[in-house]
Design a binder for this molecule. Structure first.
Ligand code: SF4
Length: 419
């Protein structure tokens, strides 16, 4: 990564080791999300291919898109990983060798695998691919981590149910990279061990089909009779989302090698905001650990793109009843993604943006970019690409020209407040 520092680990108890800057690993459910994640500072992204991944509803990548994504990421020094973490039925294995060879050939750096046959096959037929053990294996103790190291794997993605203390012990006992989920949705069951979706909809969670049945709204019945009373809210089984932005120093000092953000199905607004916040927090800590302070703007940035209740998962204690979402607490995010910057002409101060939701002259919007760059802008005249004035930007994906008070960059985003 981008440099190393030395500091005293374990809260200053005396042991010193060399800390490399941890990797920030972002989800990329499409080529556009990949570019946004990398532009906003991700060191690596994970994507799904057409087969073997756990997000069958994401815009999974063709080999051509993977090649383009790898080339784009390489310009920023970033890597691309591919999730191949299904538990395979016999029929799933047909063509696996060819698929893995193609991943290697298009320049993928690593696969994330759970099923031992996929792990073994990748190591045998595509030795240029690193194999990272998926969180689907539910690894939570150092002996299991050591087992996978002996099997030749350079990295284990831990179960979300692992505690900070267990991570510290793993790093002290086993010389291996640890990848840890630090932000995003949690499963209310033990991650990867849930068949709610299979049961209700015949969509297999372990083959990429989870329909998030835990977040549906349920009435309670007993003996076939509703026990809901007037005024009762429907019941959900969802869990609060994980957010570790306030605990970045703890994660780095515990030795976490890769900070993983969940959410290949999330919007580019979400990916940009979350990556932006963690990028700044990690860089700020690594630049000067002793004087590091949490910047409230990072927390605010995350809140602009998502509005689910948050917690710290299993890092500090086992979540109790209060960490469940019993009622429908989900609210819309306060901001909506309005446009993507395609181009900026410094000589005229005119930006060309691509519409993603309607906006009009006189509206106040916010432009933001990597590194926490942002400014509010009252929109003036809007024109189409031929210079014809528009009373509103109504059409999805239409290219619109507008003047900005400050320079913007390609792939910056424009958002509008909706609450
Ligand atoms: S239904 Fe909910 S708990 Fe089960 S796998 Fe899907 S997200 Fe996880």
């Amino acid at each position: 990564m981008n440099g190393t520092i030395e500091r005293t680990a374990n809260g200053g108890k005396g042991k010193r080791y060399r800390l490399d800057k941890p990797e920030l690993l972002a989800p990329a459910g499409s080529l556009e999300k990949l570019k946004i994640a990398v532009h906003y500072g991700a060191d690596a992204v994970y994507i799904g291919g057409q087969k073997y991944g756990l997000r069958s509803n994401a815009d999974n990548f063709s080999f051509e898109e993977m090649r383009e994504g790898v080339e784009f990421a390489a310009r920023y020094g970033a890597k691309v990983f591919v999730a191949t973490n299904i538990y395979a039925h016999q029929e799933d294995l047909e063509g696996i060798e060819e698929y893995l060879r193609r991943l290697e050939e298009v320049g993928i750096s690593a696969i994330i695998a759970a099923d031992p046959i996929i792990v073994e096959t990748a190591m045998r037929v595509a030795p240029g691919l690193e194999v990272h053990l998926s969180t689907q294996q539910s690894t939570m103790n150092w002996q299991a981590v050591d087992y996978w190291k002996q099997e030749g794997l350079p990295r284990v993605v831990l179960a979300r149910e692992t505690s900070m203390e267990e991570i510290r012990e793993m790093k002290e006992r086993v010389d291996i990279e640890l990848e840890v989920f630090i932000h995003g949705a949690m499963c209310s069951s033990v991650s990867g061990r849930c068949v709610l979706s299979n049961h209700f909809t015949d969509r297999d969670s372990n083959r990429g089909g989870c329909c998030q049945s835990c977040r549906w709204k349920y009435d309670l019945h007993e003996g076939g009779v509703s026990v809901m009373e007037e005024g009762d809210n429907p019941f959900t089984m969802g869990s609060k989302d994980l957010c570790m932005i306030k605990h970045v120093p703890d994660l780095i000092e515990a030795g976490v090698d890769s900070f993983k953000i969940e959410g290949r199905m999330k919007s580019i607004h979400y990916v940009a905001s979350v990556v932006n916040a963690y990028r700044q927090a990690i860089d700020s800590y690594m630049a000067d650990p002793q004087r590091y302070e949490l910047n409230p703007a990072w927390v605010e940035e995350i809140g602009k793109a998502a509005n689910r209740p948050l917690n710290t998962g299993f890092f500090y204690s086992t979540p109790g009843a209060e960490e469940h979402i019993y009622e429908a607490e989900e609210k819309p995010a306060p901001y909506d993604f309005a446009a993507l910057v395609l181009d900026y002409d410094e000589s005229t101060g005119i930006a060309t943006v691509q519409q993603r939701s309607p906006f009009r002259p006189g509206m106040e919007v916010e432009f933001f970019g990597p590194g926490g760059r942002s400014f509010k802008q009252k929109l003036g005249e809007l024109t189409d690409e031929q210079g014809n004035p528009l009373d509103a930007a109504r059409h999805p994906l239409q290219a619109i020209k507008l003047r900005t008070d400050h320079p913007v960059e390609r792939l910056d985003l424009m958002r509008k407040r909706i609450m």
